[in-house]
Design a protein around this ligand. Structure first.
Ligand code: DP6
Length: 335
């Protein structure tokens, strides 16, 4: 393509991953990705995806997707293609104006470490700009949501609430006040691709788990409590409600028929160690997503000690400290 011409439709955006403290698990609308509950997350530093989208005809007139140098095929490519089709429609581009998408990601893909959140937020930013759409942050959050629900939150930095909303325009994320300097210790037991995707697992849980309605009902109060705790700087209250909400979400999965069990022996070992450390005075609480890995919520003052205590527990597990990170950013063309 003619990258140097004034008409080159190309843009580059980077977005960080986020980890929910109050979870999103289930949709009322599968097409629009409207969630059953509002959720709250921390955008992390040092885990991001950078994506360049060029409406350059793609390869043989088809959208072509490369992640970390490897061509993407199958359902993952189809998901990106559907998202690009939405952007083309919004921007008034022809559906024959295929794109090349080139991504680099520091997040292990599909391992319950929020790769789709960073991935679709960066894709939404780059694709919308490349297509000539000038979206404000809220509209961008709505667009990112159409790629992956949790991506709506990665548009923003720090602590972020995704309002579940009732339609496409009212289901967006926004930053919320936080008087704490939050950090997460990420214990990656197994960075391999997960057995069941979050999209599939949440649908199955909604349909078959008798515990699901109870979790949804508890979630509104959990969110209110978490927001208050964060705004008032109460780490203990925030940690306790975040852990309860995450384990409750996993309880809904375990009760699904058949069960969705992401836990491994190492997962349980980390959960017990977190309890022990907290009894010994460290402010640490666990949260988990659609995979076996555990993320430990604490503050920056205690993150180093928590990481050190958890590092020796499981041979082969990687333990890293993440602080709060920034929202979406763009590369200037030519820079
Ligand atoms: C467990 O955003 O990956 O991480 O909207 O179907 O793409 P889709 O699902 P996704 O689900 C994330 C679920 C979670 C909890 C959370 O991030 O809130």
């Amino acid at each position: 393509m003619s990258a140097g011409t004034a008409t080159a439709r190309t843009a580059t955006a980077s977005a960080n991953s986020n980890i929910a403290l109050i979870k999103y698990w289930g949709k009322t609308d599968d097409l629009l990705h409207l969630p059953t509950t509002s959720s709250l997350s921390l955008t992390l530093d040092e885990t991001w995806t950078t994506t360049t989208v060029s409406f350059d005809g793609g390869a043989d007139g088809q959208d072509v997707v490369t992640i970390n140098g490897v061509g993407v095929e199958g359902t993952a490519r189809e998901r990106v293609h559907r998202f690009l089709s939405l952007v083309r429609e919004r921007a008034g581009l022809g559906q024959d104006e295929a794109a090349s998408v080139v991504s680099t990601s520091t997040v292990p893909l599909a391992a319950g470490l929020a790769s789709s959140a960073a991935g679709f937020a960066a894709l939404a930013g780059a694709a919308s700009r490349a297509a000539g759409l000038d979206l404000d942050a809220r509209a961008l959050s709505c667009l990112a949501r159409r790629g992956s629900g949790s991506a709506s939150r990665s548009v923003f930095g720090g602590l972020v609430r995704w309002n579940r909303g009732t339609d496409d325009a009212s289901s967006f994320a926004e930053p919320v006040p936080c008087a704490l300097d939050l950090a997460m210790v990420v214990i990656a037991l197994d960075a391999g691709a997960k057995a069941v995707s979050s999209t599939v697992a949440m649908r199955h849980t909604m349909r078959t788990s008798p515990l699901y309605p109870a979790w949804v009902e508890a979630s509104a109060a959990d969110l209110a409590e978490a927001l208050e705790a964060a705004a008032s700087g109460d780490l203990e209250r925030l940690g306790a409600v975040a852990q309860a909400n995450a384990l409750g979400m996993h309880a809904t999965m375990v009760a699904a028929r058949p069960a969705v069990l992401y836990w491994r022996p190492g997962t349980v070992a980390v959960l017990h160690e977190v309890e022990r450390l907290r009894r010994d005075g460290l402010p640490v609480w666990a949260t988990m997503d659609a995979g076996p890995n555990v993320k430990v919520l604490t503050d920056t003052a205690h993150a180093g000690a928590a990481a050190e205590a958890l590092a020796g527990l499981l041979p082969g597990a990687s333990v890293t400290v993440r602080r709060g990170g920034e929202g979406i950013r763009y590369e200037q063309p030519g820079s």
